[in-house]
Design a protein around this ligand. Sequence first.
Ligand code: NAD
Length: 246
Amino acid sequence: MTAAARAALVTGGASGIGRATVARLVAEGWQVVLADLNAENGERTAAELGADVRFVRADVSEEADVAGAVGACVAEFGRIDCVVNNAGVGGAFGALTDIAVADWDYTFAVLVRSVFLGIKHGARAMQAAGRGGSIVNTASVAAFSGGAGPQAYSAAKAAVLNLGRVAAAELAGDRIRVNTVCPGLIVTPLIGPDLETARAVMRQAQPWPDLGTPEDVAEVIAFLAGDAARFVTGEEITVDGGLRAA
Ligand code: NAD
């Protein structure tokens, strides 16, 4: 892969960590398809981030949409070298004794089925091209602990960790690397506008004295996406100011 000719698909690229990842990859010379459910934010973000970014509206829980977004990357840029499976929602909140099956299923569809579909269709396209590639999934520190997040969300993110390991083993022979980032508390619309509560949680649980930014996570995703990480696969990297270790 030459630095000037790499192309990536980033899901959930209209906001937060996804948007910062698109910006970081473009700064490194990547061409990027930004896929998101939110067309207004997606169109605006793509326009703001420049000529090397295209927006595709996609619901990542829908197979046809994910296959279409992968196809759009190949059609627009002639190749796909990386898929960043990042789109996410908080999902079902509440105790396991209260969560409705439909809310549980929705959480898993957006957080887990989406990653499976991004791997399935991204890897197929990479296999067809025969150049290898990389896949980066966004899990969460919540994946490691029952207490770190809402129950359905934590369980879904734990599934994303395992999917990453399974996919890394399956796809290594095709030189397709699969890695996972596990953000801690990152200031994005996902955690809501109440930063005082976020800071209170941070002071209690996180050793590092600042809240994380989308750019902090995007740096690690960009590293895992590119050739500097050529021997890194099946790995999980937390970006959490020491939250998990504490
Ligand atoms: P965000 O809300 O800023 O961005 C999420 C994006 O995903 C939005 O643009 C949204 O429109 C899109 N999206 C939601 N459902 C979708 C769907 N079905 N199809 C396509 N797009 C969809 O949130 P963020 O904090 O940037 O989250 C990005 C990822 O990071 C998520 O997977 C999230 O679970 C994970 N994460 C975030 C934090 C945090 O503290 N912010 C911590 C750990 C993990």
